[in-house]
Write a protein that binds this ligand. Structure first.
Ligand SMILES: CC(C)(COP(=O)(O)OP(=O)(O)OC[C@H]1O[C@@H](n2cnc3c(N)ncnc32)[C@H](O)[C@@H]1OP(=O)(O)O)[C@@H](O)C(=O)NCCC(=O)NCCS
Length: 181
């Protein structure tokens, strides 16, 4: 478990599936994700059961540090596609509890996830992608020092229109330079 100032990154547990079903069936959340089909309990349970065999990924729940409620899950995040030759990976985040949006929790979780990627997994490069209309996520990633590297033009069809997918990444050297500031 990784402990931050206001949140902790803790293991994902089967009991969290109810939360995932709520978040990943909510179009206000899924519009920003690759998910577009209805999410079923069967699918979530199968996905969860397969997690332990996924050598290339590390998943966390994002929980508020609250002495009274020990398991206040507000989202999840992950390091994925770990490539140990290139020391590169991708990452992703969802704060599924919407009342916790825009309160700095996403930025704090991404900072912790990136630190884990560099300091524990010994990655050199952490990549992500974000749809161009997700200005809140783009701003969050910029705050963590992810850099826009390019755009896959019209790669994502959503709500009757094509949108660019923005590729962003942070290198170990970016992160170390930020720490020196
Ligand atoms: C994206 C997400 C992780 C960000 O986490 P968060 O806790 O809401 O974000 P934070 O409060 O840390 O930071 C958001 C920043 O964006 C800004 N912001 C919010 N809405 C904005 C908008 N429409 N346009 C521009 N900036 C916006 C906020 O003001 C804040 O910046 P500031 O600290 O300089 O004021 C979270 O909102 C989320 O999970 N959303 C739904 C799923 C999703 O989009 N996942 C990412 C897919 S790539």
């Amino acid at each position: 478990m990784l402990k931050g100032k206001r949140i902790k990154l803790a293991p994902l547990e089967r009991k969290h599936i109810d939360h995932f079903l709520k978040w990943f069936n909510d179009p206000e959340i899924t519009q920003y994700l690759t998910i577009y089909k209805p999410m079923t309990r069967d699918w979530e349970e199968e996905w969860f059961s397969n997690l332990k065999t996924r050598e290339d990924s590390v998943y966390f729940s994002i929980q508020i540090i609250d002495e009274e409620d020990q398991d206040k899950i507000i989202g999840n995040c992950a390091i994925q596609d770990i490539n140990n030759k290139n020391r590169a990976c991708s990452c992703g985040i969802t704060i599924g509890e919407k009342v916790y949006h825009n309160k700095g929790f996403g930025t704090e979780a991404m900072e912790m996830l990136v630190e884990y990627g560099f300091n524990t997994l010994n990655m050199n490069r952490i990549e992500l992608s974000v749809y161009e209309f997700n200005t809140r996520a783009f701003k969050t990633y910029r705050k963590v020092e992810f850099v826009e590297e390019g755009r896959k033009r019209q790669a994502w069809y959503h709500n009757g229109k094509y949108h660019d997918e923005i590729i962003m990444a942070i290198l170990r050297e970016d992160w170390e330079n930020k720490a020196k500031e």
